[in-house]
Design a protein around this ligand. Structure first.
Ligand code: BT5
Length: 252
């Protein structure tokens, strides 16, 4: 990492052999003033987290389990842009290093041949009109060869997809340099470029989707994603609904 040309990312690195959750650790560090760009990374997570208290399986040395502390100049409602930035950077890094056709599934997954290879969890500390910090965490399955039975049908790794071992350090360094480039667009008022890349890498747009929220379900055609991360869905009744990423899951 030291050798790569990074300007703000990973100037400070916290590396753990084993930890509960890199996101939780990053939030603590951020609360204690850790600077923009701080990287928290672990070989293993014993309490890796997904959204809504779900579990993220993070076995030792098989994947990349990391969190980045950011202090972006965004309004709180724009925070989903960070998840989009992270997804674009990771998809590009995976494609570049392995040649695998990795796609973004709205809002926070990366898929290879329809199976989940990575997930993103973005958490924020903010008041009404300003962000204190954002922690964006990503788990990438790199050399996993088996998964617990509840996800055996839905999960994959770069190794399973490519048939060979993949160098975790190469994926990590490429991800960090892509993240810097994409993040700079975001800060420079060029989020349109990120959005365009996101669209190109998406596997949902133009397809039928089913959105499952806490107390509603919605079916329709995924038309587009907007600059704040909402999915625009044309329902069977012909209306266009703007779905925020919050608490929903999405099926084909
Ligand atoms: C996510 O949540 O996909 C976000 C995952 C974020 C993980 C990173 S690792 C570093 C950082 N520190 C943390 O503690 N978390 C972040 P969600 O969309 O809620 O998906 C969770 C669901 O994915 C689970 O309920 C399982 O069904 C499935 N799953 C769990 N572990 C998986 C894995 N390793 N690979 C593929 N699918 C998995």
């Amino acid at each position: 990492i030291q050798n790569s040309r990074l300007e703000f990312l990973a100037r400070k690195i916290y590396h753990y052999p084993s930890i509960g959750s890199t996101n939780d650790e990053a939030k603590k560090l951020a609360q204690n003033g850790a600077p923009h760009g701080t990287l928290v990374i672990a070989e293993e997570q014993t309490g890796g987290k997904g959204r809504l208290g779900r579990r993220w399986v993070s076995p030792p040395r098989k994947g990349i389990w990391l969190s980045i502390i950011l202090r972006p100049s965004l309004e709180p409602y724009q925070a989903p842009r960070i998840t989009m930035t992270c997804a674009v950077a990771a998809a590009k890094a995976i494609r570049k290093v392995t040649g695998i056709d990795c796609r973004i599934k709205w809002p926070n997954d990366l898929l290879v041949k329809g199976k989940k290879v990575a997930g993103i969890l973005t958490e924020m500390s903010a008041d009404m009109d300003s962000i204190n910090f954002v922690v964006t965490g990503i788990g990438i399955n790199v050399n996993n060869t088996n998964f617990p039975k509840e996800i055996i049908e839905t999960a994959t790794s770069l190794k399973l997809a490519s048939g060979k071992n993949v160098d975790r350090l190469k994926i990590l360094t490429e991800f960090l340099s892509q993240f810097e480039v994409v993040y700079r667009c975001l800060e420079d008022g060029e989020f349109g470029k990120v959005l365009e890349e996101w669209r190109q890498l998406s596997c949902n747009l133009g397809k039928r989707v089913r959105i499952i929220g806490r107390n509603y379900e919605l079916e329709g055609l995924a038309l587009d994603v907007d600059g704040n991360g909402a999915l625009l869905v044309k329902t069977n009744e012909g209306t266009v609904e703007r779905v925020l990423s919050g608490d929903v899951s999405l099926r084909e």
